[in-house]
Design a binder for this molecule. Structure first.
Ligand SMILES: Cc1ncc(COP(=O)(O)O)c(C=O)c1O
Length: 392
């Protein structure tokens, strides 16, 4: 097993002056993946039209190659998440995948779209927009606080379902609270009530083991550029075969009504290199050992949560079973509580202490979200602890 920790930094381009504890926010692709992406770009530029219109996609509608490069890449990603290549399309990011689903469904006046109070803001906006356009209603279920546990979260969703619920959007891993949600169980309750589920898996691929079909959900939108080491930007949308016919990309192009993969594989001329280099991110992780990477990151996140909450005298709101490779820890109360306090402290940590970390205000207090990646170790967490303590 490779030795994880600071020796892994040689695989990244990260600024050695800054302690990076924020891998989850926009990802950080390893050098090897960026090199592969550059090779792909170089290859494109030798014969741009041929590459984009014949090799990469089936733009012309008449297959030139047996399988396009986009489909090859989709198959590689599919096998990483337990799915079939034909059920997966690339999208620029998780937001785009979710918008595709929301804009393909036809809500009516009075219909309800269910989300939670832990949903990512942009996704809540997209759902709110879809509701507004059709005079449907956005219903936001609240997770019981201050202690998060899977049963209470399942109940929060179940109790918010009504005869008018047409869609439930459920995070697999929530953004700020970084909670691993009981998606499969929530889906079961939704299915019992005839409510389709759109999963927001923005943080899941690479962070936790995935077997998409077994989750039971109708759609799964995810990022590869966060935890699966792909170049930015790269996401995918998975849909059950029954849902694919009604699904369209938010940008309509040549593939209209020619089938799911056809519609999404070409949404106008763009740079396909992030998608085509995504399998290299998976290969990098496989070379390191997928389980070993996940186990290291999970343990580091949990150990950091213990260290920080004990040192700061605060209490973790969730147990280890709800933690993936990120952990959100309450900060000492003396550091403030407002959004503004959060922003000021986040910037001070970056610009004065050279620590990049996600920090936010929630429930009238400040929280810090640690991302644990194989280039981090416990000494990074101690550095964060000390920097925070020096500001109390
Ligand atoms: C839960 C969740 N959903 C969606 C997104 C959106 O990701 P992107 O900006 O890559 O579309 C994020 C980003 O952090 C997220 O945490």
């Amino acid at each position: 097993m490779p030795q994880f920790g600071h020796s892994m930094l040689k695989h990244w381009m990260l600024d050695p002056e800054v302690l990076y504890l924020n891998h989850g926010t926009v990802g950080a692709p390893p050098r090897r993946v960026l090199q592969k992406q550059q090779e792909i770009r170089d290859e494109i530029e030798r014969q741009p039209s041929r590459y984009l219109l014949r090799d990469f996609s089936n733009f012309a509608g008449v297959p030139y190659a047996k399988q396009t490069k986009m489909r090859d890449a989709a198959s590689a990603i599919a096998s990483f998440v337990g799915a079939k290549g034909s059920d997966i399309v690339f999208v620029d990011n998780a937001t785009t995948g979710i918008n595709a689903v929301l804009r393909s469904l036809h809500f009516k006046e009075g219909d309800e779209i269910l989300i939670s109070d832990h949903a990512y803001g942009a996704i809540a906006n997209a759902a709110s927009f879809a509701a507004r356009e059709s005079k449907a209603r956005l219903v936001t279920t609240k997770f019981p606080y201050p202690r998060y546990d899977p049963e209470a979260i399942i109940d929060a969703y179940t109790s918010a379902i009504t005869s008018k619920t047409r869609l439930a959007i459920v995070d697999h891993i929530s953004v700020e609270s970084a909670l691993l949600l009981p998606l499969q169980e929530i889906e079961k309750r939704c299915r019992k009530r005839g409510v389709p589920v759109l999963a927001d898996g923005a943080h899941a691929p690479g962070a936790i083991k995935l077997d998409l079909p077994s989750l039971g959900v109708d759609w799964y939108s995810a990022n590869l550029h966060k935890w699966a080491y792909s170049p930015r930007s790269c996401g995918f949308l998975w849909a059950t075969p029954e849902r694919q016919k009604e699904l369209h990309p938010p940008v309509i192009s040549w593939g209209l009504d020619k089938g799911f993969t056809h519609e999404f594989d070409w949404v106008g001329t763009r740079d396909p290199s992030p998608f085509l280099a995504a399998p290299e991110g998976i290969a990098f992780m496989q070379d390191l050992g997928v389980e070993a990477v996940r186990a290291y990151n999970h343990k580091l996140a949990w150990d950091a949560a213990q260290l920080l909450s004990e040192s700061w005298g605060t209490e973790m709101p969730a147990g280890q079973e709800m933690i993936g490779v990120m952990a959100t820890v309450p900060l000492p109360e003396s550091l403030g509580k407002s959004k503004e306090d959060a922003q000021i402290l986040r910037d001070k940590l970056l610009f004065e202490d050279k620590i990049e970390i996600q920090l936010h205000s929630w429930q009238n207090r400040l929280w810090v979200r640690i991302s644990a990646q194989i280039y981090n170790d416990m000494s990074d967490m101690e550095r964060l602890r000390d920097a925070v303590e020096a500001r109390t």
